[in-house]
Design a protein around this ligand. Structure first.
Ligand SMILES: C[S@@+](CC[C@H](N)C(=O)[O-])C[C@H]1O[C@@H](n2cnc3c(N)ncnc32)[C@H](O)[C@@H]1O
Length: 269
């Protein structure tokens, strides 16, 4: 499964849903509870996981602009069925270029999930500036923060995690990626612009019975570590065998660190 394939996004959605920080979600819901309609733009929407996670907590009349550069994912995202008056509008766009127009119009909320760790410092600066200039609230969920805890522990875990995090900082289409420092960088930028930011951890908690996602994660981490070339291939291969054995024996558990935040401007439009 590739990093953004529909199959991978479907596999991870259940863990994303459990992981989303409830206090941050409550803050998003509270902000709009007195409205009867809302217009949202979901950036890099994938197959529509954020609409499914958030829709029931927002005003009944919703319009979502769903933005992604993958038309297959956009079609999936727009095929979702929701109770109430929920309208979904697909916008195919490469967000590494000009994205400003997607923030214009009568938007009330921007959402972005599992994406900020892919972007560069320059992109984040541009994004923060455009969001703040429009005084828009931002719900940013599931940004990877560099923590990978694996049980039972293996002597190579720390070195693999370090290689994975080095790979996270390579270019993902937006310039050198912020990777594990993305959420802290974004929160600091919004606070510097006078936003109030509610934040919390949204770690994936993966049990011994969750074998499919464990196998996918381990394969992805081994591939990322190989690309970075900081460890001998044979060591990475042997680590993968040991970890997969633990998964097969149903003794392997994982915690993968993420951060959610909701940034709200002090002025309202
Ligand atoms: C990890 S997925 C997250 C998808 C979704 N937000 C979710 O939470 O399930 C990253 C998403 O970013 C999109 N993406 C990556 N680079 C992009 C770009 N340059 N422009 C627009 N979308 C992009 C991918 O197509 C994918 O849908």
């Amino acid at each position: 499964m590739s990093g953004f394939s529909a199959e991978w996004l479907a596999l991870r959605e259940r863990y994303d849903l459990c992981a989303r920080d409830p206090i941050v979600l409550d803050a998003v819901a509270a902000r709009f509870q007195s409205q009867d309609a809302i217009s949202v733009v979901d950036l890099a929407c994938g197959a529509g996981s954020t609409v499914r996670a958030l829709s029931s907590r927002l005003p009944a009349r919703q319009r979502w602009d769903l933005v992604d550069n993958d038309r297959r994912l956009l079609t999936l995202a727009c095929s979702g069925k929701f109770s109430g008056d929920v309208r979904l509008n697909a916008i195919p766009l490469d967000l590494s270029g000009h994205f400003e127009a997607t923030l214009d119009g009568t938007k009330n909320l921007i959402t972005i999930s599992a994406v900020l760790d892919l972007v560069s410092e320059n992109w984040l600066d541009r994004f923060t500036q455009h969001v703040a200039a429009r005084a828009l609230p931002l719900y940013a969920a599931l940004t990877y923060d560099g923590r990978i805890d694996l049980h039972p522990a293996d002597p190579l875990d720390a070195a693999i995690t370090s290689s994975v995090n080095a790979h996270q900082r390579t270019d993902k289409g937006f310039g050198p990626a912020l990777g594990p420092s993305a959420s802290a960088a974004a929160i600091a930028r919004f606070e510097a612009r006078g936003y109030r930011v509610a934040h919390g951890k949204s770690d994936w908690v993966i049990g011994a019975a969750d074998q499919d996602i464990q196998v996918e994660l381990l394969a992805g981490w081994a591939a990322a570590a190989s690309e970075v070339e900081a460890l001998p291939c044979r060591d990475i291969g042997n680590w993968l065998v040991r970890r997969k054995d633990a998964v097969r024996e149903r003794v392997s558990t994982m915690r993968v660190g993420h951060v959610d935040f909701f940034a709200t401007p002090s002025i309202t439009r």
